[in-house]
Structure formats: structure tokens, C-alpha cells
Design a protein around this ligand. Structure first.
Ligand SMILES: *Cc1c(COP(=O)(O)O)cnc(C)c1O
Length: 396
């Protein structure tokens, strides 16, 4: 293969979107797709949402970027809204999820450093975790497909099995800074942590003076029907990474922390040229306005229940193909008995239905959060037609 102008790190499919409208994408050739991938859980308001587009256009014409050398009325306002809505006392804005996780890792290390324990550097992370693609965040997962050929990686991570509380607790020693975990693993295959696991990690942090760092880049920001997934577990983290839906398609991430956990992050310790610029803040505020609007999260819960109910009903009739459904709200995983990538490609190419494959042979169903019943019905009907004619590969 000759080198391409776009570095060929993605196995891109034949869909080439040029326009979007609500829950639909339109390809170069005019083909219309029902988009239940939503830019991998990013387009929470769908495509071309008028309030979001307007806020971005107006802010672009008013003031786009000034750097973090100056005071930020836009950043202060949006950060205060996030603080008011969460466990956090303070926010650092980034341009992506990986950068939000990087900030979370740095904040955790600095906390122990500031407390006179510079030796407490290690974060315990989990099998099949995904935290991003920087050197720091690939070091925070033990998945070989992300790490091979990029060594030496960052020291200071230990790996336990996801959802294995005893295994995680057994790794705690004098160098432990805390745990870094997705309450619901996304790339790993829509695996919700058990209640016992997440509350157990919280308890261990409280007992040992460790930090609970949550990666809610995918599961946070309304996706589960709660503003953040940890609310489903009745716990709060000390530090949390957020991104994807927070900008609704505008590149934006955030690292949230309590005052105590962020005590080491003093002037000069961290930074970002673009992070939290006025344009990003306008996008963030516009998205939050909608998500905090009356009935928005209730709609996520209702549409999630409807979708899940329909899928559960359909499984017994196609039990050669489907294994089970899992997830919360509109973060739904449909586990297959065969290769999920192949089925995702079939849905896309033959039925104009966009989903995302994930680990453990799971089809990730991540629609915009503002869909209505008609979108769920259309999705389920098309999925049924597809399931009826789909033939899993011979060697499976
Ligand atoms: C997508 C994702 C990231 C990385 O976000 P980027 O914006 O791609 O850097 C990190 N953690 C989780 C859980 C994610 O789903």
C-alpha cells in the first residue's frame, strides 16, 4: 500500500459523510444513514443542532482564542456551572479525552507529592480499559494492540482485572496513588462496573488515603441517563476526566477535581495553549444548556429503556446471533456470538445503520441523546431485518 496523505492509522470504511441532520448522516453520494454511533458518543445533540451551531458561529465572530495568559470570563462561567453540577471544586479544560486523563494522572501524582509522599506515584488500572492514545494513557491500559512498538511506556501503572475488587485491593502498596477506572468501560465492550466493585474502590481510597480517578470520557455527560455514570453507584470520585459529549462535536475535554485532590496543581504546574478558549467554552455552555434542560436526561433514560426492551425481546428469536444486552441509558452494548466488527459493517453497508464495534464482540449503540421514539423504532426495525438475513462467517 502506498502511503496516504492522511496517516493510515485508521481502517476507514466506505462511508464518507459530508452533512448531518439530527440523528442522520448523509454521504458524499447522498446515501442517508441512521447514526447510532454519534461520532463515538460525541454528538450528544445529534448533527447540526441549531443552538450549538449558533453559539459556535456567534462566538467565532466575537472572540475565538486569546491564550491562557489572560483572564477568562468564559472559562470561569462554564467551570462554575460544572462545579455546581458535580462533586468537583475546580476544572481544567483540555481539547480531548486523552488530555483530560493526562491531567487527571498528573493531578493524582501531584496530590501525593504535595502531601509529602512523592513515592506514591502508581495508579491501579484495569484490563480492557481505554484511556486514550498519548504515551501516558496507553501506559494506563494493558491492551497490547495499543502498546506494541511504543515502548518504553510510562512507569507507574499496575493492572488488575476489571470488576475484580479483591484483585485490585491486593495491588495496593506504599507506591499506590489511587485507582483509574471507567465506571462503564466503553471500548472494552460496554462493561458496567458492579456496584460492589466501584463502591469497594471508593472505600479503599478513603481507608488508605488514595484517590479515586474516574474516566467518564465516554460514559459521562448524560449518556447513561445520569449526568455522570458514578451517580448510578452513589459514589463520587476525587478526580474525573470528561470529554466526548461535553462539546457536542467541538473538541473539548475537562479534568474535574475536588479542592483537596487538586491541592498540588498550583500556578505553573500544568497548561494548554488552546484549553478552554472562548470558542470551546461557548460550545460547552450551549451543550450544557440543552442537557440541563427539563426532561433531557429523563428522555435518555426512557429511550434507553425502550431500546433495551426491544433488543431483549428480539434476542431469543435470533439466539444464533445475539448473546445479551448490557449498559445504561443510551450507552447500550449488544453482545454477539460472533465477530461484532463484521456485523457492524453489515449493518452499515447493507442497512445504512451506524453503530460502533467494541471489545468482547459487542456492538456499541450510542445514538444522539435527543432521539425520540421514531428513531428507536427505525433502528430496531432495521436491525431486525438485518438479523433475519445475516449469515455469520463460516469459521465462527
Ligand atoms: C474516547 C476515550 C478516551 C480518549 O479520548 P480522545 O478524545 O480520543 O483523546 C479516553 N477515555 C475513554 C473512556 C474514552 O472512551
Amino acid at each position: 500500500m502506498p502511503m496516504t496523505a492522511l496517516m493510515p492509522v485508521y481502517p476507514r470504511c466506505g462511508v464518507r459523510p459530508v452533512r448531518g441532520e439530527g440523528a442522520y448522516l448523509f454521504g458524499e453520494d447522498g446515501t442517508r444513514y441512521l447514526d447510532f454511533a454519534a461520532g463515538i458518543a460525541v454528538n450528544a445533540l445529534g448533527h447540526g443542532h441549531p443552538a450549538l451551531s449558533k453559539a459556535i458561529a456567534e462566538q467565532a465572530a466575537t472572540l475565538m482564542h486569546v491564550s491562557n495568559l489572560y483572564g477568562s470570563p468564559q472559562g470561569e462561567k462554564f467551570a462554575q456551572r460544572l462545579v455546581n453540577a458535580t462533586f468537583a471544586d475546580t476544572v481544567f479544560f483540555t481539547n480531548s479525552g486523552a488530555e483530560a486523563v493526562e491531567c487527571a494522572i498528573k493531578t493524582a501524582r501531584r496530590y501525593h507529592f504535595a502531601n509529602g509522599h512523592p513515592e506514591r506515584t502508581d495508579l491501579i488500572t484495569f484490563d480492557t480499559a481505554f484511556h486514550g492514545r498519548t504515551l501516558g494513557t496507553i501506559s494506563a491500559t494493558n491492551q497490547p494492540k495499543m502498546r506494541d512498538g511504543f515502548e518504553p511506556l510510562l512507569p507507574g501503572f499496575k493492572y488488575a482485572q476489571f470488576d475484580d475488587l479483591d484483585g485490585a485491593l491486593a495491588l495496593i502498596d506504599g507506591h499506590t496513588a489511587g485507582f483509574l477506572v471507567e465506571p462503564i468501560q466503553g471500548e472494552g465492550g460496554i462493561r458496567p462496573a458492579s456496584h460492589e466493585f466501584l463502591t469497594g474502590l471508593r472505600k479503599a481510597c478513603d481507608e488508605h488515603g488514595l484517590l479515586l480517578v474516574l474516566d467518564e470520557v465516554q460514559c459521562g455527560y448524560g449518556r447513561t441517563g445520569k449526568m455522570f455514570a458514578h451517580e448510578l453507584y452513589g459514589i463520587t470520585p476525587d478526580i474525573m476526566a470528561v470529554a466526548k459529549a461535553i462539546g457536542g462535536g467541538f473538541p473539548l475535554g475537562a479534568c474535574l477535581a475536588t479542592e483537596e485532590a487538586a491541592k498540588g496543581m498550583v500556578a505553573g504546574t500544568h497548561g494548554s495553549t488552546y484549553g478552554g478558549n472562548p470558542l470551546a467554552m461557548a460550545a460547552g455552555e450551549a451543550v450544557l444548556d440543552v442537557i440541563q434542560g427539563e426532561g433531557f436526561l429523563a428522555n435518555v433514560e426512557a429511550m434507553g429503556a425502550r431500546l433495551r426492551g426491544a433488543l431483549e425481546q428480539m434476542i431469543p428469536n435470533y439466539d444464533h446471533l445475539f448473546h445479551s444486552v448490557r449498559g445504561h441509558g443510551l450507552m447500550v452494548g449488544l453482545k454477539l456470538k460472533s465477530d461484532s466488527r463484521r456485523f457492524v459493517a453489515f449493518l452499515r453497508d447493507e442497512h445504512q445503520l451506524l453503530t460502533v464495534s467494541a471489545g468482547d464482540n459487542v456492538v456499541r449503540i450510542l445514538p444522539p441523546l435527543n432521539i425520540d421514539e421514531s428513531h428507536v423504532t427505525e433502528f430496531v426495525e432495521k436491525l431486525l431485518v438485518a438479523a433475519r438475513v445475516y449469515v455469520p462467517a463460516m469459521d465462527e
